[in-house]
Design a binder for this molecule. Sequence first.
Ligand SMILES: C[S@@+](CC[C@H](N)C(=O)[O-])C[C@H]1O[C@@H](n2cnc3c(N)ncnc32)[C@H](O)[C@@H]1O
Ligand SMILES: O=C(O)C(=O)C[C@]1(C(=O)O)C=C[C@@H](O)C=C1
Length: 249
Amino acid sequence: MFPSGKDAIYSQAREVGDFRFDASVAEVFPDMIQRSVPGYSTIVDAIGQLAGRYAQPGSTLYDLGCSLGACTLAMRRYIEANTCSIVAVDNSPAMIERCQLHLNAFKGDTPVNLQLADIQDVAIDNASVVVMNFTLQFIPQTERDAIIQRIYAGLRPGGILILSEKIRHDSDAGNELLIDLHHEFKRRNGYSELEISQKRTALENVMKTDSLAIHEARLRDAGFSDVVKWFQCFNFCSLVAIKAPSPAL
Ligand SMILES: C[S@@+](CC[C@H](N)C(=O)[O-])C[C@H]1O[C@@H](n2cnc3c(N)ncnc32)[C@H](O)[C@@H]1O
Ligand SMILES: O=C(O)C(=O)C[C@]1(C(=O)O)C=C[C@@H](O)C=C1
């Protein structure tokens, strides 16, 4: 079908530049994310389940920062065929190219509109489910409020945003503990000390983490009536933010 390899990107000592979602990352991405994010498969499957529960007939589901389409495929598995459509967006050409191959390989009846675009330029409209699975963390912190507000405005009443993020714990000691536990998770998945430290350096300038409290406040300030943390393992968590349903007439 299409080659997808083992992540050895940081296995040799080298000058480490900023992390980018380029062709070399896209090629090994399934292995990289599985070995780097605790609970990744559980999260993706639950996103499919949540989509099945909250998708509204005639609405659009969005997968923002879709990478190779894991969440799009999970949503398509769980939503009733032909009642909705999915818009999947990423600004990495290498990811979009491979994502299209994945979508072709796993056929489904729900139409998927795959877009090479910046999330900032994508209109959110008539949405019932919006997914940002480890994507907001790569967007400059100054732009995060506006994106969440735009998503809220584009959701139908009763719609949801699923937001998964790597988070920073409020206390220094607690934060170090969660980072240590995450690094141990990576070691157990076969990453060396060199790989762990070079990847950390590469992410430093491009992935700025917020605390859970900041995420929750941002979602509530945007208007979400309920924010439910449904998953956390170490410094990785996932939230469901619910837009209140319209009151019965
Ligand atoms: C950690 S990956 C997301 C993983 C994916 N959601 C999944 O569940 O497998 C982050 C993705 O967001 C994309 N991305 C980052 N900033 C973006 C932006 N401003 N607009 C669109 N995509 C963006 C990256 O290219 C990358 O593919
Ligand atoms: O590898 C790490 O340390 C991470 O923070 C994991 C993380 C993420 O959270 O998105 C970072 C970049 C890659 O896309 C895969 C996973």
